[in-house]
Design a protein around this ligand. Structure first.
Ligand SMILES: NC(=O)c1ccc[n+]([C@@H]2O[C@H](COP(=O)([O-])OP(=O)(O)OC[C@H]3O[C@@H](n4cnc5c(N)ncnc54)[C@H](OP(=O)(O)O)[C@@H]3O)[C@@H](O)[C@H]2O)c1
Length: 321
């Protein structure tokens, strides 16, 4: 049996405490699956949640974490991106993917960017278009705009013809949001964003609020959502799941829209395919480009995950086996 290096989680907890870099068997693809040599792993906040046992999916222990990769199909050499299947995650030299969900890398796209095109851009596309029904000319407020999910959402909202206001923690991240195309950027660690959003929108508020942070940020978002606005609940990096009082939604005439992109993979794979095609087209014409701030060797996964959990990353961090 051929062996590979992989990070495995034997018990749930902090990455530095529970991840072990081990020699394990190269996984065997089953019916309808392909073996992929991993070329890049996109880090995602859900990796932290899964390793801690706080995610909606809980793979049986021990498991290899990592939900996003780019690599080469061993049999054909085809370059693909997507989500690995089963307990054989992306933090490894090889992974298994469903053949039907191994999407072609856009022509000419380097590995580090390809490793960052899938989860966050699919989430942004489905969140803004499918769930929030974004219209050209609307105002989109993107929270944590310098993060992985946020940076993709800024680019996608701009491409869709929206005016974008971004929030982020600290001056460096604010500058990143502007470079990504945000028309306005607010340091929400230095000031409350509600006043600036109202000022920018002439008192109306934002039509779409894309919120991967939750907690206090969700609570304040309710104060600057426009008439018929949509607050998209993307995640809870703040660590608190906020309440959404239904009387407030009624009185102000807005919607709170849940987004679980991963469910479309089983409920409506045709949407994933259509979004991948659109993202490939947008990449080819230079309209989107993943912001990869760091490319690190796979053996530095615990350090990279620690930086992600303490708000110490910008855009995407990619690991290379
Ligand atoms: N709904 C879906 O289908 C879906 C899909 C993918 C990801 N997600 C969710 O989207 C969120 C973002 O994921 P990501 O991978 O792109 O991460 P990320 O945004 O790159 O990193 C997390 C960011 O959240 C902000 N943040 C605010 N309070 C924080 C806190 N107390 N601790 C840590 N971070 C805090 C930080 O930005 P600032 O310093 O600028 O505040 C930080 O950089 C996660 O909640 C994830 O689960 C949801």
């Amino acid at each position: 049996m051929m062996m590979m290096k992989a990070w495995r989680v034997h018990e749930l907890g902090e990455p530095a405490d529970v991840l072990r870099f081990e020699d394990v068997d190269i996984p065997t693809p089953g019916e309808g699956q392909v073996l992929v040599q991993v070329r890049g792993v996109g880090l995602n906040f859900p990796d932290l949640l899964m390793i801690a046992g706080k995610y909606q999916e809980r793979p049986p222990l021990p498991f290899i974490p990592g939900v996003e990769l780019t690599g080469e199909v061993v049999d054909t050499g085809q370059r693909v991106i997507g989500v690995p299947t089963g307990i054989s995650g992306a933090f490894a030299e090889y992974a298994v993917m469903d053949r039907a969900a191994a999407w072609q890398v856009p022509d000419g796209m380097p590995d580090d960017q390809a490793a960052a095109l899938y989860v966050t851009y699919q989430t942004g596309h489905v969140g803004l278009h499918r769930r929030a029904r974004l219209q050209p000319g609307e105002v989109v407020l993107v929270h944590a705009g310098a993060g992985g999910v946020g940076s993709a959402a800024i680019q996608l909202a701009k491409v869709a013809g929206a005016t974008v206001i971004a929030t982020a923690g600290g001056p460096e991240k604010i500058a990143v949001c502007r470079e990504l195309g945000a028309d306005h950027a607010v340091d929400y660690l230095a000031e409350d964003f509600v006043g600036p959003v109202k000022e920018i929108t002439g008192g109306r508020g934002a039509d779409v609020i894309y919120d991967p942070v939750g907690g206090d940020i969700f609570d304040s978002s309710r104060k600057c959502i426009a008439f018929e606005g949509r607050i998209v609940v993307v995640g809870f990096t703040s660590g608190r799941i906020a309440e959404a009082p239904t009387n407030h939604a009624l009185v102000k005439n807005y919607s709170v829209v849940g987004l679980h992109w991963g469910l479309y993979r089983s409920y409506q794979p045709s949407l994933i395919a259509a979004v991948h095609e659109d993202l490939s087209r947008l990449y080819a014409k230079g309209a989107i480009k993943p912001l990869v701030s760091q490319t690190l060797p796979l053996d530095q996964a615990p350090e990279a995950l620690a930086a992600l959990s303490r708000r110490g990353t910008i855009g995407k961090v990619v690991l290379t086996p």
